[in-house]
Design a protein around this ligand. Structure first.
Ligand code: PLP
Length: 428
């Protein structure tokens, strides 16, 4: 009889973890150490030469982080993963492994604002050029292709929430162009959506959000889908050409379907340095144990809040794909049938002033610039994260004066609705 694959909740608790062989500790120990003693000189040489796997120095790998890496790879259905200091570090090291100066990648315009800045401004210093496309229009990715295109980047559920991206349609463009599709799966998490099953080649996460889930640790992950063939492809020299640092080893040939994860570790993390602290890895791992339960509750609460707001007289519109009638509802039913996640936007009839009043009147919702916490969070982008933009830029970024973003937490939903009602009454 074929062995049954463990279910998601089982993997969320057990994947990658064993009782500690020395002490029997059941929770994953925090290996709070910078470095690891070699057995002998030959052992050290084989680790440095990538002939053996093992621990050298915590900037490039740590046993606590390794459990997190194995767990997230299992949850996403990938071959291997790399844990990093932040979601931004995960994006940066992904592109570092793919791009040379002068190269291009195509990204959806509908992204977390920090990624828009990273791609559009910071990457210019490396000679990496982003070409923007429209996540709602897969053909715009095809039109943006050029001989310099090396990758396509999208979010699955796009920040600021409420947008479901048609991954399969954009994956078809990437496959035809023979470039990897990178999906930022932060808002959906693998509980709601597993992008490798829809054509993604690489997944990145800000573990700061729902994976960690408790608003206590910044972290990020790169997950290798093992689907892209780097071997003999001169367009990706970090994976297909002999590496001088490793005596001419070709990473794509030596490491096969987990070569991308290895390249980001031994060329990216080793040389650029954004290591995740093992203490934060431990906190994120602890969060992941309840990921399924939390994502169910986030989605249920968000739907109840969205339904309530849609019927509220002070509210002009609600954008949440779980709502029947929402423009992304059909895509949500196809891609995220278990729920559309925690994040939504809505518009206040009272405009900018009502937005400012609302965030200062809410008591249970915390006014801050994060999402994915157990606690409910709110932000009025026009007066905070997007304040420096012109009015037209604000509207184009989905941050018009009347827009409020919620990350609905896992509290009692009646308390959340009561808090919104009292705050809307003061801001109307
Ligand atoms: N990707 C998405 C979708 C995000 O929402 C964020 C942060 O808000 C990031 C990436 C960046 O992650 P971090 O803040 O962990 O660097």
């Amino acid at each position: 009889m074929a062995e049954k694959e463990p279910g998601f909740e089982t993997l969320a608790i057990h994947a990658g973890a064993q009782p500690d062989p020395t002490t029997g500790a059941r929770a994953t120990p925090i290996y709070q150490t910078t470095s690891f003693v070699f057995e002998d000189v030959d052992h050290a040489a084989s680790l440095f030469g990538l002939q053996a796997f093992g621990n050298i120095y915590s900037r490039i790998g740590n046993p606590t982080n390794a459990v997190l890496e194995e767990r997230v790879a299992a949850l996403e259905g990938g071959t291997a993963a790399l844990a990093l200091a932040s979601g931004h570090a995960a994006e940066f090291l992904t592109f570092h492994a793919l791009l040379q100066p002068g190269d291009e990648f195509i990204a959806a315009r509908q992204l977390y604002g920090g990624s828009v800045n990273q791609f559009g401004n910071s990457y210019k210093s490396f000679g990496w050029n982003v070409v923007w496309a429209d996540a709602d229009d897969p053909a715009s990715f095809e039109r943006a292709l050029s001989p310099k295109t090396k990758a396509i980047f999208i979010e699955s559920i796009a920040n600021p929430g409420g947008i479901i991206v048609d991954i399969e349609a954009i994956a078809a463009v990437a496959k035809k162009a023979k470039v990897p599709l990178i999906v930022d799966n932060t808002l959906a998490t693998p509980y709601l959506w597993r992008p490798f099953e829809h054509g993604a080649d690489i997944i990145v996460h800000s573990a700061t959000k729902f994976l960690g889930g408790h608003g206590n640790s910044i972290g990020g992950l790169i997950v290798d889908g093992g689907t892209f063939d780097w071997v003999g492809n001169p367009r990706y020299p970090l994976l297909s050409a002999p590496r001088p640092e490793y005596n001419g080893m070709v990473l794509g040939e030596t490491f096969g379907n987990f070569a991308f994860a290895i390249a980001t570790r031994v060329l990216g993390l080793r040389d650029l340095g954004p290591a995740l602290s093992p203490f934060n890895a431990f906190l994120i791992l602890t969060g992941i144990e309840t990921l399924g339960l939390r994502m169910q509750r986030h989605s249920e609460n968000a739907l109840a809040v969205a339904q309530h707001l849609a019927n509220h007289p002070a509210v002009a519109w609600v954008s949440y794909p779980g709502l029947p009638g929402d423009r992304y509802h059909a895509l949500a039913q196809r891609y995220v049938p278990r729920g559309a996640g925690a994040v939504m936007t809505f518009g206040l009839k009272g405009g900018y002033a009502a937005g400012v009043k609302l965030v200062s009147s809410l008591e249970l919702f915390s006014h801050l610039a994060n999402i994915g916490d157990t606690r409910s969070l709110v932000i009025h982008p026009a007066s905070t994260t997007h304040k420096q933009l012109t009015d037209e830029q604000k509207v184009a970024a989905g941050a018009g004066p009347e827009v409020v973003r919620l990350s609905v937490g896992i509290e009692d939903k009646d308390d959340l609705i009561a808090d919104l009602d009292q705050a809307l009454a003061t801001s109307a």
